[in-house]
Design a protein around this ligand. Structure first.
Ligand SMILES: [Mg+2]
Length: 397
């Protein structure tokens, strides 16, 4: 089949705030073919910056946009997805953020080829890599922001316990901004609110920059509350500082990786940063295949792979296919709250089953359907003109 259209869609809530909530807007990518199939993907990045990578005018042979690289191409097999990724990234060599933007299209290509071959994406990945094609359930952890105070954090944690979550991650907000006493009070509130049975994770939201000494002190101070990990205590690219931190073997394992927008960044954090959990967002790193390659690297290094997902359940679907077949990678970041846009984006979101687990859908492609009618009200009107040329005009959903 041939690719006939590659359409990015900029969707947004009416009011955007400074909260660390990535569900307030999004860039969806729809890829259509002459066989009647359409695939969908979602980028976790600034939507308009990413949209530009789909339509920017050619500057020279190394700045050719994603649409130009994909439209008219043949898509018959998973090998074609790999080939088209190589072509698109080569054509956009000097578009510095191309991997980030391309993630949506790459995910859509997997959705398409899975539909055409009538296989879930995780099975195609298993076949390509010669590994087991048995999918395993994941334990969802609710991913929420700290409250502004320990008291508010406690209330949030109690609410999660009442919803039945057996694991939750608290992040960003005031963490790291008001000194050690407040930091410890926040983590204590999270632990006491959710109870001793549940797993908790702490996301420091890159707050200590390159200060690995403070990060180490906090890891030791938080150990009394038994968090599964301390996430992103340092800047995404502070690889040397991560290495210095992990060489001291902090009592709480260190997690990072969501900022990786190339395979190489994740590899650096694993090999030189010494992290114990690598967290990959398929909507940032270039899509499903580079995420899968990081998963394989994590397996080789004996560390844990976890998804990073703070978007809709379309992104969650892409994330699940990457590591569904590894039973040891059992935790799943599960968007538990989020904007109305993110919650309405998929016709049937992933349910938490009665056993408390989430399973990949045994359907062709990603296995989810975008609810175009439900999200149409959030579609932004975009028109980009250069002189008398219309470079981009937002199409209809
Ligand atoms: Mg995080």
């Amino acid at each position: 089949m041939k690719i006939t259209a590659v359409d990015p869609f900029y969707l947004r809530m009416p009011d955007i705030t400074t909260a660390a909530d990535g569900t307030q807007d999004t860039l969806l990518v729809r890829v259509r073919t002459d066989a009647g199939f359409e695939g969908w993907g979602e980028c976790d990045a600034s939507p308009l910056v990413s949209l530009a990578v789909y339509c920017c005018p050619m500057s020279h042979g190394n700045i050719i946009n994603i649409r130009t690289s994909l439209i008219g191409e043949t898509l018959e097999s998973p090998d074609d997805v790999v080939r088209l990724s190589e072509k698109t990234l080569r054509n956009g060599l000097d578009i510095q953020q191309i991997e980030h933007a391309y993630s949506g299209a790459e995910i859509a290509l997997w959705d398409l080829i899975g539909q055409k071959l009538e296989r879930p994406v995780y099975r195609l990945l298993a076949e390509m890599s010669g590994t087991s094609d048995t999918a395993h359930p994941k334990l969802p952890y609710a991913s929420v922001l700290f409250g502004d105070t320990p008291e508010e954090t406690y209330r949030i944690a109690v609410g999660l316990r009442e919803q039945g979550y057996r694991a939750a991650k608290f992040g960003w907000g005031p963490m790291g901004k008001f000194g050690e006493v407040n930091d410890i009070a926040l983590v204590r509130a999270a632990r006491e609110g959710i109870g001793t049975e549940a797993r908790i994770m702490i996301d420091a939201g890159v707050v200590w920059g390159t200060d690995h000494e403070t990060a180490y002190q906090r890891a030791e101070a938080f150990a009394q509350f038994s968090p599964t990990w301390l996430e992103e205590p340092l800047s995404p690219d502070a690889v040397d500082a991560y290495g210095a931190l992990t060489q001291k073997h902090p009592s709480v394992p260190v997690a990072a990786g969501e900022g990786s927008n190339t395979y190489r960044m994740a590899e650096d954090l694993i090999v030189h940063g010494g992290i114990r959990f690598v967290q990959i967002d398929a909507g940032r790193i270039g899509g499903i295949m580079p995420s899968f390659q990081v998963r394989q690297l994590a397996e080789q290094h004996g560390i844990q792979y976890v998804n990073h997902t703070f978007k809709s359940h379309l992104s969650l679907a892409a994330a699940l296919h990457v590591f569904a077949t590894n039973p040891d990678f059992s935790l799943l970041e599960y968007p538990a709250a989020g904007s109305a846009l993110s919650q309405r984006l998929i016709v049937e979101p992933f349910p938490v089953a009665s056993d408390g687990m989430v399973r990949v859908k045994e359907l062709p492609g990603l296995g989810v359907r975008v609810d175009t009618a439900a999200i149409r009200p959030y579609l932004a009107s975009v028109r980009i003109e250069v002189g008398t040329d219309t470079v981009f005009e937002q199409g209809s959903l």
